[in-house]
Design a protein around this ligand. Sequence first.
Ligand code: GDP
Ligand code: MG
Length: 441
Amino acid sequence: TLSSRLDKVFASLRGRGRLTDADIDATAREIRVALLEADVALPVVRGFVAAVKERARGAEVSASLNPAQQVIKIVNEELVAILGGGTTTLRYAKTPPTVILLAGLQGTGKTTLAGKLGRWLKAQGHTPLLVAADLQRPNAVNQLQVVGARAGVEVFAPEPGNGVGDPVRVARDALAHAHRQVFDVVVVDTAGRLGVDEEMMRQAADIRDAVSPDEILFVLDAMIGQDAVATASAFADGVGFSGVVLTKLDGDARGGAALSVAQVTGRPIMFASTGEALDDFDVFHPERMASRILGMGDVLTLIEQAEKAFEAEQAEAMAAKMVASEFTLEDFLEQMLAVRKMGPIGNLLGMLPGMGQMKDQLAQVDDRDVDRVVAIIRSMTPTERRDPRILQASRKARVARGSGVTVTEVNQLLDRFAEARKMMRQMAGGMGMPGGMGRAK
Ligand code: GDP
Ligand code: MG
């Protein structure tokens, strides 16, 4: 499996300081083989592996993760990105009803999906109508009626003897019915064939033209594996679609089809179906699918925890340093120079966490001000900078002369410094630091 393959590669990487080209190549080879075994289509595998190699090469050596974890993280991030990054929601029509057309091969789970969608939409506060536009199989209409009843959603079906055999007319009539009866979402179930054929594509396209859907969902059986690309391409050409629904994810398919179809069509996967029951259904979560394809959900969680722990450690170390070390005039100078480098003070203040208290201090800083502060502090001896309390009148006069300012200006600086130091102490003591950075002394 992919999991054990990656495990093997990463075991050999473990403990090294940085990724070498040889490491990356070896890893890339294994990922390639493993993805093919997970039934990801070959061109998709090629593109994917190239992207991962590129990123692994440019990646800085992370302080929080070992090389193995780093590669897994990159692979995972690329997977999630191709799978859409986040969840994708339905686009509802500005003027109802929103029309959703379902297309896909026979047996992929369209009719079941109609029921699931109906129930889901209802839970979201919508008033859906399911439309039986599959007139190909004798009991298709009845199947939708059963599913609709179970979901508690109305089904529009052709009257016996009226419009039988004409799915386009049924779809059109259903739309008129939805307008009259204030259904705000119309889900149109269509016929499928076991294989792609022209007649089926034409029928789906005819229905599409008759109802101008807001969303066309291509329903794909996750077990289809390598055929996913050819099937998806045929539907993209023949009918077109705006989103994908993956079904039968409760099976043991690794999910390679998801990666293939997302990459090749560029359409988002919107929903996932995980069983025959109406509740076995959810919006699609790329991160979950990525860990499924990798077969490494636990490893990914560990990586996340390692990174979080590292960040917390760093924050604590910084807070501890602030408490332990004396905040000196030189730190003060450095801080002001840093602030000046960052641009207009006013813009900046709002962006700094925990800096609200410093606002008055910092607001007084302008460029000339900083230059004056630099001059004053540089006119002090190192001992004076470390402990300004020793600055008596004669020393102040010397500093003022040396930096070309008045004694009053020296005093103002010392007052501001004393204020700033108090702030730093308070912040380090946990009064103003964000998110657990501060610690009680
Ligand atoms: P259609 O031909 O595309 O309309 O597909 P159906 O909705 O009739 O589903 C075909 C079969 O697949 C039925 O037996 C469904 O119960 C089953 N099915 C649909 N979705 C899922 C799913 O997510 N998981 C599993 N295990 N079975 C499903
Ligand atoms: Mg059906």
